[in-house]
Ligand binder design. Structure first.
Ligand code: SAM
Length: 335
């Protein structure tokens, strides 16, 4: 759009529309020129054209009914980053800062289509108070309202909500799920640092760190500083895309240090009908999760986190699998 036209629209918008209309009405009006930003969703390969169009239409519905703090062109790039491939075992997407759930809804739809869980961290009390910060206390929305919005317009079944300040829920409290995409939108450098601290130890190789706050000076300085990443024990990621306030970073190398080859013990054990056996993983990258991949004992089970296996009521065998945080797997047969 020519710059003179942009200026005219901008001054009409600021001088005439803003004072006369509510925030949600302004958001609806802005769609006239922001809606085109959804085009990256049309290029998402793992879902068919119908689903891409459905995703855009459902996102527009959110723009109409739920007040939010992003532009279509920003969230569409985050959605497209999630849409690069289907989820692998246990992979999640993390949103840090959801306000009324407008972004959560859009992320939940693509997560549902591709098999990711969406874990949403927020204080549900607004931006943390930091003396002198212009955003302190803003964007406050109760968890009930967010859940109601997501249930109404998105896919609440794939969402998990973790209420609390990032200093309590994430910093120094590693979030032990392989994370494919992180969407950061908390308006504070302190919060951004805390989220990175919690999420990066299990960040998936090739995943995307997306920040909706890049123009905020302190946040840009934090993300552009090599020491930030060094202190978190990971290589400095590369800024691969920018659109308005959104920045997308990716790592070139593995961020998770692999110590030794993953192993499962005991190998090939025998267990009586209905009996129990404890399995444990070693090497690879903790934490481990345990599952049964095949079973002829009539209903064997295994505790996902402790590895305690219980055989079914008939004579047979089961295939037990351990999966580490980088999604490497090892199997054994118990019978
Ligand atoms: C700008 S809003 C998020 C907007 C939302 N992503 C959207 O697009 O509509 C910022 C959010 O970050 C949350 N937040 C800010 N600082 C936080 C902190 N230290 N711990 C937890 N939540 C925080 C606020 O509660 C608020 O919901």
């Amino acid at each position: 759009m020519p710059s003179f036209l942009k200026k005219i629209i901008g001054s009409v918008y600021r001088g005439w529309l803003r004072p006369r209309f509510s925030l949600i009405q302004q958001q609806r009006f802005k769609l006239l020129w922001t809606i085109w930003g959804y085009w990256p969703i049309l290029l998402i390969k793992p879902i068919g054209l119908k689903d891409r169009i459905r995703l855009i239409l459902r996102s527009m519905r959110v723009d109409w009914y739920v007040q939010h703090a992003h532009w279509p062109g920003e969230i569409a790039r985050v959605v497209a980053a999630i849409g690069e491939r289907k989820a692998r075992l246990g992979e999640v997407v993390v949103e840090a800062g959801c306000w009324q759930g407008g972004s959560t809804i859009k992320l939940s739809i693509i997560c549902d289509m591709l098999g990711y869980r969406l874990v949403v961290f927020d204080s549900f009390q607004g931006v943390e108070h930091v003396p002198g910060d212009p955003f302190s206390g803003k964007y406050s929305a109760a968890l009930d309202l967010v859940k109601k919005n997501v249930a109404m317009y998105g896919q609440i079944d794939v969402c998990e909500f973790v209420p609390g300040w990032f200093s309590e829920t994430l910093a120094g409290n590693t979030f032990q799920h392989p994370t494919q995409v992180l969407y950061l939108d908390c308006d504070l450098a302190k919060g951004t640092q805390e989220v990175l601290q919690g999420v990066l130890p299990f960040f998936v190789d090739g995943g995307a760190i997306t920040s909706q706050d890049y123009p905020i000076k302190a946040i840009k300085a934090l993300l552009d500083n090599k020491d930030t990443w060094r202190s978190l024990g990971v290589p400095t990621p590369v800024l691969v895309d920018r659109f308005r306030q959104l920045a997308i970073f990716r790592f070139k190398k593995h961020t998770v240090p692999v110590t030794a080859v993953l192993a499962l013990s005991p190998l090939l054990p025998t267990v009586a009908v209905g009996g129990q056996k404890g399995f444990s993983g070693s090497g690879g990258v903790a934490p481990y999760s345990y599952s049964i991949e095949a079973d002829t004992t009539g209903g064997a089970s295994i505790d996902r986190t402790t590895g305690l296996y219980t055989a079914g009521p008939t004579l047979g065998s089961s295939t037990v699998r351990v999966t580490d945080a980088t999604l490497v797997t090892v199997e054994t047969i118990v019978g």
